[in-house]
Design a protein around this ligand. Structure first.
Ligand code: RAT
Ligand code: ZN
Length: 415
């Protein structure tokens, strides 16, 4: 059945809501990681996106805030951002979307009643209801073997859960070599501070061991705006001589998340990172010189977004994903997604949630689906105006491609 222009938006909305999502980057953990999986109202309120916002209104020393219990911190955030002011920023609106979608009375502004609701949830069942509400097929975790608490689970008690796939995150290897080589040595790898051929071969062994253990969908690192390859630096050599050969051998992509200025304000901890523009020449160099490697890419600076799309047009071994962190705001998602559709068609993954708290899957996806629906409605109606006919099945196919289909195809392709 062909769809008339007038019905388009409603059909797209229905299809977008009915299509199960592959969430390609989150910070969630499967239940075998125990307390590493965050959920509930106090976690939602103390999300670092909200901490950065609340601090703008407070005068107490930063350390005083950090010394408070999680519940007290959540009280401060609630009172400052939801009671004394209206919650219209994206992150505060997100909390309301979560509460509302869970059927709670947002108008009551009764924090204690929200706490009670979450206290009564059983985690396994609650994961299922959140996945159902957001319509998630599976999510990809962020798994860092340098984090002791997490490493212990992998070594001792990890249980596979098909709803949660893994990603091997290796930031410390690339960004803190002077600390991480000591850890590698303490785990039995024969490495030294100097990056010679023996050390590189041991880094490759370390990566292969963890790939075999985690079976990750990809290897990933968040990188500073100054990320440059090639250059005479430990980071650049490790990328070219360890990460890329191992990624190719195991046929997994290297995901680069570029543009983070770590701890611009250290007192804010996780909320203290900032953004900087990067030189996309590095991405071009890597895609051109390693055509058999696959790269996933997201960049943090809005100023880099147009170049990023152009680079993606040039290299089929590059897959662009998501509107990351400071870009995950409606006005910017709209701009970036339009730009990407216009130059890449359907050959990218428009969004990932980056959820750190389980319940955030609900709002992050609800807000983005709204924008993606509007963009598709506009683009489809333009081709319908040209006489093109569309069926619901074709729309369903396209949305599947955007919500994980193209990502999964990219993982399968061999170059
Ligand atoms: O978006 C975030 O929560 C950031 O703190 C980062 O974790 C970022 O997404 C990353 O993966 O490094
Ligand atoms: Zn992230």
């Amino acid at each position: 059945m062909r769809i008339e222009n007038g019905d388009l938006k409603e059909v797209i909305r229905k299809v977008v809501n009915e299509t199960a999502i592959v969430d390609v980057h989150t910070h969630l953990f499967n239940p075998s990681f125990g307390s590493l999986l965050l959920w509930g109202i106090d976690e939602l309120l103390t999300y670092h996106y909200l901490v950065a916002e609340v601090m703008r209104y407070l005068t107490m020393p930063y350390e005083r805030f950090w010394e408070l219990s999680k519940k007290k911190q959540a009280d401060v955030v609630w009172n400052t951002l939801f009671v004394d002011r209206s919650p219209i920023s994206e992150s505060t609106r997100g909390v309301l979307t979560v509460l509302n979608s869970l059927g709670l009375d947002v108008s009551s502004r009764n924090l204690e009643s929200y706490r009670k609701f979450f206290e009564n949830q059983e985690v396994e069942r609650y994961i299922d209801s959140v996945f159902k509400l957001a319509n998630i097929k599976y999510i990809v975790m962020t798994n860092d073997p340098f984090v002791d608490e997490e490493r212990k689970v992998w070594l001792e008690s990890y249980k596979d859960d098909p709803r949660f796939k893994s990603a091997l995150r290796i930031d410390p290897l690339l960004n803190k070599w002077l600390e991480s080589y000591k850890k590698l040595a303490s785990w039995g790898y024969n490495v030294g501070e100097k990056i010679d051929s023996k050390t590189l071969s041991e880094i490759r062994n370390f990566l292969s061991d963890w790939i075999e253990r985690m079976k990750p969908v990809y290897m990933a690192a968040s990188l500073p705006p100054t990320f440059h390859v090639p250059e005479d630096s430990v980071r650049s050599v490790i990328v070219e001589k360890a990460i890329l050969p191992v990624a190719q051998e195991h046929d997994i992509p290297f995901a680069m998340m570029i543009g983070v200025k770590k701890l611009t304000n250290p007192a804010l901890k996780l909320a203290g990172d900032s953004v900087g523009r990067t030189d996309m020449g590095t991405v071009e160099y890597l895609c051109r010189n390693y055509p058999k490697n696959k790269f996933l890419l997201t960049v943090l600076s809005r100023e880099n977004q147009h170049e990023l799309v152009v680079v993606a047009r040039k290299f089929r071994n590059l897959h662009v994903f998501g509107c990351w962190w400071f870009l995950n705001n409606p006005s910017i998602i709209e701009e970036m997604t339009n730009e990407r559709v216009e130059m890449l068609g359907l050959s990218f993954t428009p969004q990932h949630s980056d959820a750190r708290v389980l319940d955030q899957l609900i709002y992050k996806w609800k807000h983005s689906k709204e924008i993606i629906t509007n963009i598709l409605a506009k683009k489809y109606s333009q081709i319908v105006d040209n006489g093109w006919k569309l069926s619901e099945e074709e729309i369903r196919r396209d949305v599947r491609i955007l919500f994980g289909g193209e990502f999964e195809e990219f993982l399968k392709r061999k170059f």
